[in-house]
Design a protein around this ligand. Structure first.
Ligand SMILES: NC(=O)c1ccc[n+]([C@@H]2O[C@H](COP(=O)([O-])OP(=O)(O)OC[C@H]3O[C@@H](n4cnc5c(N)ncnc54)[C@H](O)[C@@H]3O)[C@@H](O)[C@H]2O)c1
Length: 247
């Protein structure tokens, strides 16, 4: 993999404080991109270590359309107009089944995972359309593809992000903008550490590779999909799940 595969790329990565987002920012910088690392919470160790000439932190709530406009402006001022976006921010739901879920929780989970993703694309598309180029990676989940019991809010919100990505991909393909969707399986991050030990055991059991992933094992998917190497790849739905979706 060329060390400068992302040279010239100016990316906004959301949910960048920890986990997959932080690993993505670190890898992007390593590979020559400049990155606005956006999150509602403070940077964790990995992102902290990546901050510097190529990575700047920006506080951004993906559910806030005005905050998105400010984020794009901050990116443009610091690095230049964004030509890549990784919509990675996510919120795990209560885990409840339909008959126990509240409308408030359902809306809140959709608001971050799905509406936040739509607002992110909406915010960067004008400059990408003007440039006639751009790459967007939307982070869904293997649970957006295959159902397991309960967790109705998260699974349906993540399912919607797959169609949101395909819709944007076919809409903007004629304008030179590519949109792809990455579906992680069980990855060791602050989000997944919220599951019970029994759930953690079951997740590994349902992973043919027999283990959970580290965030740095997912980040290369984002790098490939934002690089020019993936120039013929759009509307793709890519699992990075240790084989989970095959079961
Ligand atoms: N960890 C897993 O096992 C797993 C599996 C499948 C999918 N995913 C998805 O991967 C993505 C990254 O999650 P992660 O596992 O690295 O967990 P994480 O908790 O480390 O990262 C999620 C980040 O999203 C941020 N965020 C939440 N709401 C936000 C908002 N309104 N605006 C801006 N940022 C917000 C959080 O502050 C957090 O930093 C998420 O979309 C998640 O759903 C994770």
């Amino acid at each position: 993999m060329p060390a400068d595969r992302l040279a010239g790329k100016i990316a906004i990565v959301t949910g960048a404080a920890t986990g997959i987002g932080a690993a993505t920012c670190a890898l992007f910088a390593e590979q020559g991109a400049r990155v606005l690392a956006a999150d509602v919470k403070d940077p964790g160790d990995v992102l902290e270590g990546a901050l510097g000439d190529r990575v700047a932190f920006h506080r951004l709530d993906v559910t806030d359309e005005r905050a998105w406009a400010e984020g794009v402006a901050a990116c443009t001022e610091t690095f230049g107009a964004p030509n890549a976006l990784v919509n990675n921010a996510g919120r795990l739901g209560s885990g409840a089944p339909v008959h126990e879920e509240t409308a408030e929780e359902m809306r809140a989970v959709f608001e971050v995972n799905t509406v936040g993703m739509m607002l992110g694309m909406k915010a960067v598309l004008p400059t990408m359309l003007e440039a006639g180029a751009g790459a967007i990676v939307n982070v869904s989940s293997v649970w957006g593809l295959t159902a397991v019991a309960n967790n109705v809010a998260y699974q349906t919100a993540k399912g919607a992000t797959i169609m949101l990505s395909k819709n944007a991909a076919v809409t903007y393909a004629p304008s030179g903008i590519r949109v792809n969707c990455v579906l992680p399986g069980y990855v060791d991050t602050p989000m997944s550490r919220g599951v019970t030990p029994e759930e953690a055991e079951r997740l590994v059991e349902f992973t043919p590779l027999g283990r959970r992933a580290e965030p740095h094992e997912v980040a290369p998917m984002m790098a490939f999909l934002c690089s020019d190497e993936s120039g013929f790849v759009t509307a793709g739905v890519f699992t990075c799940d240790g084989g989970m979706a095959a079961l």
